[in-house]
Design a protein around this ligand. Structure first.
Ligand code: NAD
Length: 475
């Protein structure tokens, strides 16, 4: 179903994010018939381009980032685009923008620029009367680098936009499997009765990358894995896995429940957090070489243990880990159920645990490990088999799983904030992360070195071994 006609202004329309993700995603929705003829995509950035120059840039971006996407309707799509040179910090372009943005269709403003420009953009949009109470603004991570800066960003946006107009993207929430996690939990009767500390032994959340800092060294080194991944993406996953059922699948009921989880998240003790930094090896440079700072103390890896201090989850540890230059690219949530209370069978396997794995990548899907009798005459020998729902296989052939950005941008046009972070959620997540980061600084902690292509520092294994558990293998 197409959305209503819209004007989408992309500030930073010539930047990496716009070329790599935002514009190609809208083109793919255009191909799917969701972008109506009355829609327009307005690039706005400091670069001195005209409409044709912007369109050439989009063609090149498609060649570079989307070589396999059908090109047959690209010219038609490009006819919906135009470009206006605009300076967020000066007067250039604003009057032209005002003339171009229509007042009678949905207007959305994608701030695909660094957060230091958010305030300037909002102020100019307001001063030139380009926005009204129906306009929407889309912002990206990083949403602040601590609680104080996140509050300041929220204040800058809220000076000119109501909370219902602000769409804070965490692209993890746009992933099909992440939404499926909610469907599995709340649209089936099977799991929810078991979804608590009586039956769940522990939960592991892993987001592993094989790449290093890849040219983003400066940005990453000022941030680190805690700020870049845990505070936002992994935190969102914890919320969705642990939240109470919302009374409706709508923005505020869902976000109210997520916020309660963040508030209930306990601070890990210092020995329950492991920081790591990759050293040189296996043909790769070290982190410090990558960021060109041989004294950097920034972590490229974090593993930690936390708990959720509420009735449902008391006593169920949540282990999170994320890092760069690990052995495989893999993101998943694994819910380990408790072993059966009594061993009916002699086979050791009878005490194995069911594990529900929600894979974000690769092969988006959900797997439930169940224990069955091994086929054959060898007596009651047990084995684990996966009940596997790989989306690519389960869905009708030709059904494409849309990319996170496609879904999220269309949600903005529909006015649906369910999969976007509310301001108070972001602040609560920083309020949890800040003391952990502060304690590293206070103690002058050095991250533990780890070899590229491995599962991270061995201290992370110790973290689970202390609890009599072990990490799943990555990938
Ligand atoms: P970039 O440096 O590639 O692009 C920045 C854009 O902002 C350019 O189009 C530039 O012309 C424009 N710009 C800069 N100063 C301006 C000014 N004064 N007035 C108007 N336009 C101005 O950056 P990017 O990688 O596209 O990132 C944009 C934002 O998105 C950043 O906050 C970044 O952290 C975030 N982000 C990027 C990615 C990614 O994959 N690149 C992913 C997640 C979040």
């Amino acid at each position: 179903i197409p959305v209503d006609p819209f004007d989408l202004v992309i500030f930073g329309g010539t930047g990496d994010l716009a070329r790599r993700k935002v514009i190609p995603s809208i083109y793919r929705r255009f191909l799917a018939g969701q972008v109506p003829d009355g829609a327009r995509l307005i690039g706005a950035a400091r670069s001195d381009l005209d409409d044709d120059g912007f369109r050439d840039m989009i063609r090149e971006a498609m060649d570079e980032f989307e070589p396999d996407t059908d090109r047959s309707r690209l010219d038609e799509f490009l006819a919906l685009t135009c470009y206006i040179p605009v300076d967020a910090r000066g007067d250039m372009g604003w009057e032209t923008l005002k003339k171009v943005v229509r007042g009678d269709v949905i207007s959305a403003f994608y701030f695909s620029v660094g957060p230091s420009l958010f305030g300037d953009l909002a102020e100019h949009l307001h001063a030139h009367e380009i926005i009204d109470g129906t306009s929407r603004v889309i912002v990206e991570k990083p949403f602040g680098h601590d609680l104080e800066s996140a509050k300041a960003l929220n204040a800058q946006l809220r000076a000119y936009f109501e909370e219902r107009q602000i769409y804070r993207i965490d692209h993890y929430l746009g992933k099909e499997t992440v939404q499926n996690l909610m469907a599995v939990r709340f649209a089936n009767v099977l799991f929810e009765p078991l979804w608590n500390s009586n039956y769940v032994d522990h939960i592991q959340i892993t987001v592993a990358e094989t790449i290093g800092v890849e040219g983003r060294g400066g940005y990453y080194d000022a941030s680190g894995a805690m700020r870049d991944m845990i505070q936002n993406h992994l935190m969102q996953l914890v919320c969705l896995i642990a939240m109470e059922p919302p009374n409706r699948f709508e923005a505020d009921p869902v976000r109210d429940e997520k916020l309660k989880v963040i508030h209930a998240l306990t601070q890990p003790e210092p020995h329950q957090v492991v920081r790591g930094q990759y050293e040189a090896g296996n043909g790769h440079a070290s982190y410090r070489e990558d960021v060109e700072d041989d004294r950097s103390r920034t972590e490229s890896y974090v593993a930690l243990r936390t708990t959720i201090d509420n009735w449902r989850w008391a006593g169920t540890p949540i282990y999170m880990r994320t890092g760069k230059r690990l052995s495989a690219k893999a993101s998943e949530i694994a819910v380990y159920f408790k072993a059966p209370p009594h061993a009916v069978f002699e086979d050791e396997g009878a005490r194995r645990q069911n594990v529900l794995t929600i894979r974000l990548q690769p092969n988006e899907g959900i797997t439930l490990d169940v224990t069955i009798k091994e086929p054959g005459p060898g007596g009651m020998r047990l084995a684990d088999v996966p009940l596997d729902m790989t989306f690519a296989e389960a869905l009708e052939e030709g059904t494409e799983v849309p990319e996170a950005y496609e879904r999220l941008i269309m949600d903005v046009m529909r006015g649906n904030q369910t999969l976007f972070m509310r301001g108070d959620e972001v602040e609560a997540a920083w309020a949890w992360a800040d003391p952990i980061i502060a304690s590293w600084t206070a103690r002058g902690d050095m991250p533990k070195p780890y070899e590229p292509g491995t599962a991270g520092p061995s201290d992370a294994d110790t973290l689970l071994r202390r609890d009599g558990r072990h990490w799943r293998s990555i990938g």
